[in-house]
Design a protein around this ligand. Sequence first.
Ligand code: IMP
Length: 186
Amino acid sequence: MIGNAQKYTLAMNMKLEAVLIDSSVIQKRVEELACRVAMDYGNDPPLLLPVLTGSFMFVADLARKLPFDAPLHFVKVSSYGSSTTSSGNVVVSGLERIDVSNKRILIIEDIVDTGHTIKALLEQIKQKGPRDVKVMSLLDKPERRQVEVQADYVGFVVPNKFVVGYGLDCDEHFRCLKDIYTISEE
Ligand code: IMP
């Protein structure tokens, strides 16, 4: 089941459990999301604001499927929690270098989990006077939500399990897998 992901045998006490979303399913969904964005934004492309590091693979695929030339700036969000859960202490960096005023902003996230990260980012961006701001998240884990926030575009709703691959990591492991997996303790 794990196939070419065997090489990712783990340092930590976590191992890949099962494929949750296969790469072909991911690619098809990314195509659909790109079509939605193209329809919704028409001739007025948004500034893409992917959140490092988890969204790097997603935004690379998404951006190449968009029919327009959209500007793109990465922002980094650090949240001080454990390796598998975030906390309310969210620090955004990179935003100070980006002029978002009067622009259409599309935040690109890997996953909305507790919601703290996206809520903090949205608040900071809104203070800088964008024309509009929306959120696209590859994954949504609504069972874990602690604050009220909802992405405008969601790739997949996932169960309350820690997931890795396609940009998502566990302590910097598993990020470069092309499929999305659940993990379990060894
Ligand atoms: P939130 O602030 O709890 O919504 O979580 C935001 C960040 O935590 C995401 O952008 C991810 O980087 C990380 N995260 C949350 N759940 C998972 C998961 O299941 N796998 C990998 N990273 C996760």
